[in-house]
Design a protein around this ligand. Structure first.
Ligand code: SAH
Length: 436
């Protein structure tokens, strides 16, 4: 199993036109070099309106409603293109479930809350979180919970419904509506599907986004003697059905997203991530709750991280578009800047620190003691190693949270009351979990 599993974390330098290197060796097997319907669509588009930004390329390739990679694919797991933490081990989702319950308890045990997941994949993570809610039924018994999933993929939303809902209760579908599907989970909780976060009802909510922000389109810029120039995708003049990177001849609007004192010579900016963080921050400031974001990323230090994955292998981003996942590291410093003022932003902290603080070792021990089959024990240990090992996902993935300012204020007052020397506040995961 190990050999098959590659997660989307390997970093690859991107050979590109401004470094006077050709992106593709030109020797790819015929299969990978094939003219996909998406490639045909992009060539047609570029021929009619000119080269497109990397952000537009990413958006078209991943989420075009007719041909997009996410829309009709189940790309997760061994047979797919990549595997994610919730698919690796139940430990991951369970500890996140505990995080939400702990936040709900510490912030006043509201009589109702919404669990909102952005980009829920196969629904495994929400499923594991809901199992924790059921197990802690006595704690949550008077709380009115609903689940809201933001998903653009028709294929994945069907798989989410299979994972989460009670088969005996038929799903309500309305493709034209902002809520395109509704159902009831196995534990009797109402669940609704949306294409956009803006359509999720406002109200006291816990938001969850795992490996979602890395799929959002990035603009790429290269510093030149003439100033910043945006990287665009164009048709290779030598080969009519091949794409290549070029630099824009003059400035482009997205340049406004680059910091004035930027020191790097190549940057990626993700305005869509900014829009979503703004929306989450406004909602949390207004109605309370929290957002937990986990992804691979950096603090405004990395340069070209745009890459593709197909069949658990790195894949040239411009070859056979629509057949491979495209992704770029999340710039947490940017998310921090956007949230600043409205809500408190915590992190990023490394996944292994977050999960350790949430009690992964204790949970692993409980599950190992309960497992009667040696193969189950082996699987648990393998999953733990994948999540926690610094060489695997332990250091590459990070946790980041948005919370109301008041929540941090209360937490630090509590700490001071306990005469702690550290001025930092005590928020589970970012600090050791303490049940109140
Ligand atoms: N969170 C899951 C899946 C990660 S893959 C896990 O960890 O296993 C990315 C997910 O985001 C997929 O479900 C994909 O369909 C969804 N997605 C990608 N772009 C999106 C967008 N713009 N809006 C909503 N969902 C999106």
């Amino acid at each position: 199993m190990n050999a098959l599993v590659r997660y989307r974390v390997a970093r690859v330098g991107i050979p590109c036109i401004w470094r006077r290197k050709c992106f593709s060796s030109g020797n790819e097997p015929a299969e990978s070099n094939r003219v996909t319907p998406m490639l045909r669509h992009l060539i047609y588009k570029i021929k009619s309106t000119g080269p497109i930004t990397v952000a537009e390329y990413m958006k078209e390739v991943l989420t075009n409603p007719v041909k997009g990679y996410y829309v009709h694919h189940d790309m997760l797991g061994e047979k797919g293109d990549f595997i994610t933490s919730p698919e690796i081990s139940q430990l991951f989702g369970e500890l996140l479930g505990i995080w939400f319950v702990s936040e709900w308890m510490t912030s006043g045990k509201n009589t109702a809350f919404q669990l909102v997941e952005l980009g829920p994949g196969r629904g495994t993570l929400t499923g594991d979180v809901l199992r924790v809610f059921s197990q802690l039924g006595s704690v949550l018994k008077n709380c009115d919970i609903s689940v809201h999933l933001v998903e653009v993929s028709q294929k994945l939303s069907e798989i989410q419904a299979l994972t989460l809902t009670e088969e005996k209760i038929p799903l309500e579908r309305d493709a034209e509506s902002l809520v395109y599907m509704k159902g009831v989970t196995k534990s009797g909780i109402p669940v609704s599907w949306y294409r956009d976060l803006k359509d999720v009802p406002k109200g006291y909510s816990f938001y969850l986004a795992h490996e979602f922000f890395d799929t959002l389109p990035v603009h790429k810029f290269q510093k030149t003697r003439q100033g910043w120039r945006e990287v665009l995708v164009d048709i290779d003049p030598q080969v009519s059905d091949k794409l290549r990177f070029v630099l824009a001849p003059c400035t482009t609007p997205a340049e406004a997203f680059i910091q004035h004192d930027e020191q790097r010579d190549h940057v990626e900016v993700c305005p869509d991530a900014g829009v979503i963080i703004q929306e989450l921050s406004q909602r949390i400031a207004l109605t309370g709750g929290a957002a937990l974001i986990a992804d691979y990323g950096h603090d405004g230090t990395k340069t070209d991280t745009f890459r593709g994955f197909c069949g658990h292998q790195l894949h040239n981003v411009l070859i056979a578009p629509g057949t491979a996942d495209l992704t770029a590291d999340v710039d947490f410093s940017y998310l921090h800047r956007i949230a600043q003022g409205k809500v408190a932003a915590l992190g990023p902290v490394e996944q292994r620190t977050f999960l350790k603080n949430m009690g992964i070792d204790i949970r692993l021990k409980v599950l190992l003691d309960k497992a009667d089959e040696p193969s189950k024990k082996q699987q648990l240990l393998w999953g733990y190693d994948m999540l926690m090992n610094p060489q695997k996902m332990g250091e590459r993935f990070n946790f980041f949270a948005l919370l109301p300012h008041q929540r941090l204020h209360d937490a630090s007052q509590e700490r001071n009351a306990h005469q702690s020397k550290t001025p930092t506040s005590s928020i589970a995961g970012f600090d050791e979990l303490v049940w109140q």
